[in-house]
Write a protein that binds this ligand. Structure first.
Ligand code: FMN
Ligand code: ADP
Length: 307
């Protein structure tokens, strides 16, 4: 997959089949659109092109700085690459881009830069400054500038009835099972392993503390989870705690994973962590012994889920 960090960087001598959107999560519903895109380029000379935006439009337009996202831009690129998309164009969705008039967007971007043969888009898609244009406008522009418009119908979208918002809500309430079902893959985060209080090893459960650098990345609800970790391309299973460790006093929120059958120093490494199922809520225990007992039960639970 070729990645372009701006519309103006895009170059290809092929015609393209285009879709656009934020595709946060690249979930099951997105995949049905993306697969159409890929299918329509099979046995043809055209290439698929996904136009996505770097800042979520909601951050810019609604000044919704609190919004959390399912994917960082790197994660989204990875998921789209795995699907087999040919070209990914990541456009900064800033004020000047949001001011483009609908016809200017169509002529200057879709036609002149992307060399569009066909655009595949949801029936309810609106675009251009103030979201002024709709699918009927797009069809009219298609006639004028000679490209096809393939609509994804309300039924097709409703049949899937999945949305990034529903997935965010599920994760924020700890409903990993539902989120994963909607996503079509286990929700994952990427982060760097940092030093903690070095207490874990003293109670027989060392925990790799993970720091996520992207401030927009959604972290699931506080709680204890069965999880996997990918470390140097090898997959391990384990149990993960997102919490404030109330048993040992008032602490900032940490994400920490005890990795099963593992004994290596991984400080400073970048690892991926995937959520498999929730085990229980965070608890304040009366002693470290009680915490240890809970951890042994958590491990049993996690091992059961994993197999
Ligand atoms: C699976 C798992 C579940 C945990 N559950 C709790 C909990 O319910 N309450 C709590 O106070 N700490 C919980 N902990 C956190 C431990 O207190 C923590 O691992 C310990 O303080 C070690 O911290 P350190 O990595 O900074 O050394 C849990 C840890 C793990 C790995
Ligand atoms: N099975 C394991 N699970 C998690 N981390 C492990 C494991 N074995 C070794 N480690 C290493 O030990 C560190 C965790 O030990 P711990 O005593 O909890 O220290 P810290 O408080 O710094 O996280 C991890 O960051 C990792 O480098």
């Amino acid at each position: 997959m070729k990645v372009f960090n701006s519309i103006f960087d895009f170059k290809s001598d092929k015609k393209t089949v285009v879709t656009l959107g934020t595709f946060d999560g690249v979930h099951f519903g997105h995949k049905s659109i993306l697969n159409k895109l890929i299918e329509s380029t099979i046995n043809s000379d055209e290439e698929s092109l996904v136009l996505t935006f770097f800042s979520h439009p909601r951050m810019i337009l609604e000044q919704d700085s609190d919004i959390k996202l399912l994917n960082t831009i790197e994660e989204k690129a990875q998921l789209l690459k795995e699907l087999g998309i040919h070209n990914l164009v990541i456009q900064k969705f800033d004020n000047s881009f949001s001011q483009l008039l609908p016809e200017d967007f169509v002529k200057q971007v879709l036609v002149d830069i992307f060399n569009v043969k066909k655009i595949i888009i949801g029936y309810d898609h609106r675009f251009g400054k103030n979201r002024a244009a709709d699918i009927n406008d797009l069809i009219a522009f298609g006639k004028k500038y000679n490209f096809e418009v393939e609509q994804i119908s309300a039924e097709e979208i409703d049949n899937v009835s999945i949305s990034s918002t529903k997935i965010r809500t599920a994760l924020q309430s700890g409903n990993i099972k539902l989120a994963n079902e909607y996503l079509g893959y286990p929700y994952f985060i990427n982060g760097k392993v940092v030093k903690g209080k070095q207490l874990g090893r003293t109670i027989g459960y060392p925990t790799a503390n993970i720091v996520v650098s992207d401030k927009y990345k959604l972290i699931p609800a506080i709680g204890v989870y069965a999880a996997y970790a990918i470390i140097n391309d090898v997959k391990y299973y384990g149990m993960l705690n997102i919490g404030t460790n109330p048993t040992i006093g008032d602490n900032p929120l940490t994400i920490e994973m005890n990795i099963f059958d593992f004994d290596e120093d991984i400080y400073d490494q970048e690892i991926e962590i995937g959520f498999i199922d929730k085990i229980r809520n965070q608890q304040k225990f009366n002693s470290l012994d009680e915490l240890k007992l809970a951890l042994s039960k958590d491990k049993e639970f996690a091992l059961n889920v994993i197999k």
